[in-house]
Design a protein around this ligand. Sequence first.
Ligand code: NAD
Length: 394
Amino acid sequence: MSIREIRYDLLVPPRVAFGWGRRSEAGEIARGLGRRAWILHGSRALERSGLLSEISASLMVAGVQAIAAGSIHREPEVADVDRTAAALRTKGAGPGDLIVAVGGGSAIDLAKAAAALVVDDQSATVKDYLEGVGRDLRIRRPPLPVLAMPATSGTGSEATKNAVISSFDPPFKKSLRSDLMVPRAVLIDPELTVSVPPDITAHTGMDAITQLIESYISRRARPVPRALALEGLEKAAPALPAAVRDGSCRWAREAMAHAAFLSGLALANSGLGMAHGVAAALGVHCRIPHGLACALLLPAALRANRQVSRAEIARVGRALTGKTWPSDDAAADAAIDAVDGICAEIGIPRRLSEVGVEASQLAAIIESSRGNSMSGNPRELSDAELREILEEML
Ligand code: NAD
């Protein structure tokens, strides 16, 4: 490739609707995707508040039959996907149907994976399709269309081509990935996130910030996602502490929902880095929620990459602080200080031991950190270097 050549692919959901209260348009959007909707959700709070019923009602008014297809309130495991896909198949889900996913990354990932497995019948278990753990099967047929309605502001799963699936025995957290898995429509109503409690708002919000930063400095970073990542960081830096302080703060919830969506577009097209690599391992070995694990790791990841990615981290620093800064050195320091500041303000612990990680677990954590995310990290980290970083954080 010549030094001047710009060349990239960009994968984005074909239809995106964003706006406070727009859940009322779920039916109209779903009607373009199918006549019968299987609804998978991921929040008891949304069920209790009646917001979920409003979505079902909107579907029915639009002439789309709405059928409850289950719920998930933790990160999805292999058995959850296998069970959901088998149940959908038994109930006759197929051509002409769509899946509506209303929830956090867990519900959206479960829906994306089940939508693919219902149609693609090479194996009865999603494990066979997961990167690096199964038979390396690829999704060959277009999944049932998915309408994704995020109810947390964090993962950006509504914009990505993968679903993250866990297993505890044997321990792994891996992706099912295919260009065919990008949701066909995304409806982001930030009002759905108002009921997210402060701690989950903090964790999921830090997932979005980590995705924006890691995709920006990733060795696979692409120009369009980079532009989006800076926009997301400018919005998220003031909004996350405000949303944690007051969950009903409309501008903060809107800004975080927007930033999370951008973080999904950015990660799907640019990759991630060390914080996400280690976060997956902390999820399976220590059962730490994904967003919290990302938040814990982000300051260390920035420090580890500062030498090789100073100019990029400096641009992150300018976006996070809204200041110009006289040099890249000063702006890169400002990025790290800003992340430390946000984490302190929203109550993210600093040490791994505070969330129960023990020295005896480090070998397994390091071994499980070597996935797709880690391969985007700007600096190549040996096992010994990673151990040193994690030991310092204990
Ligand atoms: P989550 O979906 O697990 O939700 C966290 C908790 O919040 C759950 O108990 C859920 O029931 C509750 N909740 C959800 N919405 C709520 C609401 N509106 N009000 C009150 N409570 C609500 O958390 P998450 O961080 O959104 O998703 C995490 C999962 O997403 C992990 O498995 C992670 O690996 C995955 N992930 C996927 C991608 C992707 O591109 N596919 C990217 C990043 C992370």
